[in-house]
Design a protein around this ligand. Structure first.
Ligand code: PLP
Length: 380
């Protein structure tokens, strides 16, 4: 039987991270440093709020944009944490994870043939959505600039078709973030060329040395801010993200959101209400632990001859493989098969990732220690 499919969907591939994971998952006794989610349980008070919501029968559809009290709590939280000012009733949409916020933002903004600028290597969640919109991703290679995207690097890639810029910081896969001064330059450039900025700040709370600056404080009128609870509150499975934008953008986004999911899960929204009211410091103990693991991982990678750019946030190192390896993929496969340590080949984040691996430290110190012991034996 001949099947007809949307050409853009046929053109999309499953994520390189998933593909690679499928290749190595049969290996017995492997320690995985491939993890893209926190290894801590969701804080107890959040779980209690969800249980209570079930018992109180909060099991219906909510307002499309999210429970009003939750949006008020998000508005206050964002103001307190980042000096961001978004109106609860018209500028905040609660989504099913940051993934759906990204999807909604891109599908609201993009038309066929338009171009979107994004850094490379980059989280693989953007390109497939851009392609489904019939738009064109334009990558700016950051490997020669310690994975930092700057206004100067962006400008030559801007054409008459460019409408949007995606800024994920701190970055997955590199952990590198952007300073206020760097963001200001990008804000000015976006003003000059009338670009919308999609600022994916899902790792904003996992910033270790400097204070995180939100793009929405610098270019409010043209920024769609993406955030959520997946990383900060260890809530990946609850699927709570947040899209924040000035009302003239948010009202367009709400239409797309409404016809995609109606609303985020009601029970998860009640859990989120607890996180955004009583959980403002929930990330602190996790951050403390990540900071220690970051120091340990950096030391070990350097000892083993990897090229390392110290990450500012998230929980990844994007490490340059010591010379001599055939390819990132080959290196990662051999490491998995022979040392029983799983890492993600850099090419899962675009061709610019050739020569690198992504190492996640979202796992216990014990696992990290054992993984590096095995890597050391294998590499030496
Ligand atoms: C940069 C980035 N944005 C968005 C997401 C998706 O987050 P969520 O699980 O909330 O959909 C991820 C998940 O790994 C990510 O790394």
């Amino acid at each position: 039987m001949k099947m007809m499919f949307n050409a853009a969907v046929k053109d999309i591939e499953i994520s390189g991270i998933r593909k690679f994971f499928n290749k190595i998952q049969h290996i017995d006794g492997m320690i995985s440093l491939t993890i893209g989610q926190p290894d801590f349980p969701t804080p107890t008070h959040i779980k209690a709020a969800a249980k209570k919501a079930i018992d109180q029968n909060h099991t219906n559809y909510t307002h499309n944009a999210g429970i009003p009290d939750l949006r008020i709590a998000i508005s206050q939280y964002m103001e307190q944490k980042y000096n961001l000012y978004y109106q609860a009733d018209s500028e905040i949409i609660v989504t099913s994870g940051a993934s759906q916020a990204i999807d909604t933002a891109l599908r609201t903004v993009l038309s066929i043939g338009q171009e979107v600028i994004l850094p490379a290597p980059v989280y693989p969640g953007y390109t497939p959505v851009i392609k489904q919109c019939g738009a064109i991703p334009v990558f700016v290679d950051t490997t020669e600039n310690e994975f930092k995207l700057t206004a100067e690097m962006i400008e030559p890639h801007i054409t008459d078709q460019t409408v949007c810029l995606i800024l994920p910081y701190p970055s997955n896969p590199t952990g590198v973030s952007l300073t206020e001064a760097e963001l200001k330059d990008i804000a000015e450039l976006s003003e000059k060329y009338n670009l919308i900025i999609i600022a994916d700040e899902i790792y904003s709370e996992l910033t270790y040395d400097e204070k995180h600056t939100s793009m929405g404080t610098l270019a409010r009128e043209r920024t769609i801010t993406i955030n959520g609870l997946s990383k900060s509150h260890s809530m990946t499975g609850w699927r709570i993200g947040v899209l924040m934008a000035p009302s003239h953008i948010a009202e367009q986004c709400l239409k797309v959101h409404q016809y995609t999911v109606s609303c985020a899960s009601s029970i998860s929204q009640y859990a989120a209400l607890a996180a955004y009211t009583a959980g403002i410091n929930d990330a602190e103990p996790m951050k403390k632990e990540y900071r220690r693991r970051r120091a340990f991982t950096e030391k070990k990678l350097l000892e083993l001859g990897f090229d390392v750019v110290k990450p500012d946030g998230a929980f990844y190192f994007f490490a340059g493989i010591p010379s001599g390896a055939a390819s990132s993929e080959q290196f990662a496969i051999e490491l998995a098969e022979q040392a029983k340590v799983g890492v993600v080949p850099g090419t899962a984040f675009g061709p610019e990732g050739e020569g690198y691996i992504r190492v996640s430290y979202a796992c216990s110190e014990q696992q990290l220690t054992e993984a590096f012991k095995r890597m050391e034996q294998y590499l030496t």
